[in-house]
Design a protein around this ligand. Structure first.
Ligand SMILES: [Zn+2]
Length: 170
């Protein structure tokens, strides 16, 4: 888990129900390799420079379990002796968002958080008032709501955003 030093974001997995995408469950390494392939195609198609740092950043993200922010990711890369600038981190994050390899969250008003999303378990978030604690949950009923919306409105739901804000009971 990564967070800014002054902000403690504890990630607790309350309930994890494996949401299987396709017919097989990928290992984390396979998922990472798939992500790299998607990213490389994007880099080539957009005339970007193919640098080892970009791939290293993606590998680092796909080795993380949970949420991260740009500064925390930068620190991890520096700790691993990759001399990447913060600009490179921000730039990579922008590209990975476009590629839909990471998802962006705004859990607080100070900085954005991100998490990998290729082949990841579908889940949503509860943000605890005051502490900044973020809980994750997975409830299959959300998938049922999507299916119902698709049937009733004749649409294909392409994504959703759901945050619960809560306070601890005394
Ligand atoms: Zn999450």
């Amino acid at each position: 888990m990564m967070s800014k030093s002054k902000s403690k974001v504890a990630i607790v997995r309350l309930l994890i129900i494996k949401c299987i995408f396709g017919s097989q469950i990928m290992t984390l390494e396979e998922t990472c390799e798939n992500a790299i392939e998607i990213y490389q195609k994007y880099i080539e198609a957009n005339g970007q420079r193919k640098t080892p740092e970009r791939i290293a950043i993606l590998r680092e993200i796909y080795s993380l379990d949970g949420h991260f922010d740009a500064d925390g990711l930068h620190k991890r890369m520096i700790d691993k002796k990759y001399m990447v600038s913060k600009a490179t981190i921000y730039n990579s994050i922008e590209h990975l968002l476009i590629c839909k390899l990471i998802r962006k969250h705004q859990f607080n008003d100070k900085y954005a958080s991100y998490e990998r999303c290729l082949e990841s378990n579908q889940h949503d978030h509860i943000i605890i008032d005051g502490t900044g604690e973020v809980l994750e949950f997975c409830d299959p009923r959300i998938q049922q709501i999507k299916s119902t919306i698709e049937d009733i409105f004749g649409l294909e739901v392409t994504g959703h955003s759901l945050y619960f804000y809560a306070k601890k009971k005394d």
